[in-house]
Design a protein around this ligand. Structure first.
Ligand SMILES: [Zn+2]
Length: 228
């Protein structure tokens, strides 16, 4: 092969490699990732806290309030790593009600509302654990405020991410929730599992499971953002 042919072939190979490289970079880091996380603020609301334990695990006595905070912290870490600004309503195991005088639950909820309004976030996600009289009910589920179209789409995206993790076919459900009406932005509740179900309780007590679950909650957030 002549030197000119070798040189020509080398140029062609180099050009192909460069095109492939740029395609790969574009594929791995699509511009919308930057657009969708730039200046994005999300409030994570760990339900209950302090004397308000929420649901108690039937087998181990684990408190919903503790699990809520643990999962919230895992989601916070991943979102911050992706450049998202995150604000928490509850940052420790204490409640947000101030004193334990009468009406503490109402004050706790109002404090959450005030924090959410002061942050004026793009999205709100409240983290809870579920319970049901029949112990067979299991798996994480997303809830939205009845009549809120954006919240419904957000909950549907979240539910599909959760189902891809558990293999369930649950659908997101609507209801009337104080925490979802604090700001006029897509707001959902994620019930991470049923503490009335022994399998769910065992899983939620497991650190690896909580990490995996939190990764799928983050996946649900980005599935929604990419759908916009
Ligand atoms: Zn709860």
């Amino acid at each position: 092969m002549s030197k000119i042919k070798v040189l020509w072939l080398s140029c062609v190979v180099l050009a192909i490699v460069m095109v492939l490289q740029f395609s790969l970079i574009y594929w791995l880091y699509p511009s919308r990732t930057t657009d969708q996380t730039q200046n994005l603020t999300i409030v994570l609301d760990a339900g209950h806290g302090g004397v308000d334990n929420g649901v108690i695990g039937k087998v181990t006595g684990v408190k919903e309030s503790d699990l809520n905070l643990k999962i919230t912290r895992l989601i916070e870490e991943q979102l911050k790593n992706r450049g998202v600004k995150v604000e928490l309503t509850r940052k420790d195991y204490g409640g947000l009600y101030g004193t334990l005088a009468e009406g503490f639950k109402r004050r706790d909820m109002e404090k959450r509302r005030d924090i959410i309004r002061s942050v004026n976030p793009d999205l709100v996600i409240s983290i809870h654990m579920n319970k049901f009289p029949m112990s067979y009910r299991s798996g994480p589920q997303a809830f939205f405020q009845k009549g809120d179209e954006d919240g419904m789409r957000f909950a549907q995206c979240m539910q599909s991410a959760l189902n891809s993790f558990t293999g369930n076919t649950h659908i997101s459900l609507s209801g009337d929730y104080y925490i979802l009406q604090c700001v006029d932005k897509p707001s959902i509740i994620v019930e991470c599992g049923f503490l009335s179900n022994a399998d769910d309780e065992a899983k939620l007590n497991n650190e690896t499971y909580r990490q995996q679950l939190s990764e799928h909650i983050v996946k649900g957030i980005f599935t929604y953002l990419y759908s916009l």
